[in-house]
Design a protein around this ligand. Structure first.
Ligand SMILES: [Mn+2]
Length: 261
């Protein structure tokens, strides 16, 4: 979704002042009610092409209206709500297809898709997150790391904002495992807020899984080391979502790995 900050940032890059203009605010875009200069319009359009909730037809309609100097007003939040639901269903479907041959490491070999869906559930239900972009990224967060999916594919299907979050939470698989784990600790504090949310929910899901059952082939030491490592990553993600962090702390406390902050 294009928010006010993103839009104004785009406008400021063109060094134009919108102070005296009326902006029509819709859920996904802001449009000047006065005639938009073509360059600005194209810039706004560029932002919007990254919004999966906007179909090409709608964008074309907006373009025609803006070019004719007419305001672009979308009639109700209903449309945008439906668009968000559609984009979430699309993400869930995409992720289900991508992960179709993967299983979790538990003894029942649970289908892998349970994990991304569960991460999105933690964010929505426990974290109170309703931002569709964050929920979309949660559903897709392991597709590039663990399946044959490219960032380009994610961007084409779901837009740049979703791609960027997925990229932030994707480990570089060309690096050795220990190095990747170390980098997660090191980079955590510098992630965007949206990426931090996905990472927190991902960790909570995985730790709850570990609490339930030791994966096949794991020793107790390996499990304990995982909790230890996870608490160090989470340390860099703190101050992002109170509820999810509280749930993580319960687990860390029980395992005696709570980091002093
Ligand atoms: Mn994950």
């Amino acid at each position: 979704m294009v928010n006010l900050k993103t839009f104004l940032y785009g406008v400021s890059r063109h060094r134009l002042k919108f102070a005296n203009r009326i902006l029509v605010i819709t859920n996904s875009a802001l449009w000047s009610q006065s005639v938009l200069p073509k360059s600005i319009y194209m810039h706004v359009c560029a932002f919007n092409t990254a919004v999966p909730a906007r179909s090409k037809d709608v964008l074309e309609q907006h373009k025609q209206l803006a070019m004719a100097g007419k305001p672009v007003v979308e009639d109700s939040g209903e449309v945008n709500g439906s668009q968000s639901i559609i984009s979430l269903i699309n993400c869930a479907d995409f992720a289900a297809i991508k992960h179709r041959n993967q299983r979790r490491k538990d003894k029942d070999e649970t289908p892998y898709i349970n994990h991304p869906v569960g991460v999105a559930r933690i964010l929505a239900v426990e974290g109170g997150i309703t931002d569709p972009v964050v929920l979309q990224a949660a559903l897709l967060h392991d597709t590039v790391e663990d399946t044959e999916t490219s960032f380009e594919e994610i961007e084409k299907e779901f837009g740049k904002e979703v791609r960027d979050i997925v990229a932030e939470v994707t480990d570089d698989k060309s690096l050795p495992k220990m190095e990747r784990k170390h980098l997660q600790i090191k980079h955590a504090p510098y992630k965007s807020r949206k990426a931090k949310l996905v990472k927190l929910a991902d960790k909570l899901y995985n730790l709850r899984d570990l609490e339930k059952e030791t994966p096949q082939g794991w020793t107790e030491t390996r499990v304990q080391e995982y909790f230890q490592w996870a608490s160090q990553v989470v340390r860099g993600l703190r101050g992002t979502n109170e509820n999810i962090e509280k749930e993580l702390d319960k687990i860390f406390k029980a395992r005696n790995v709570l980091e002093e902050t």
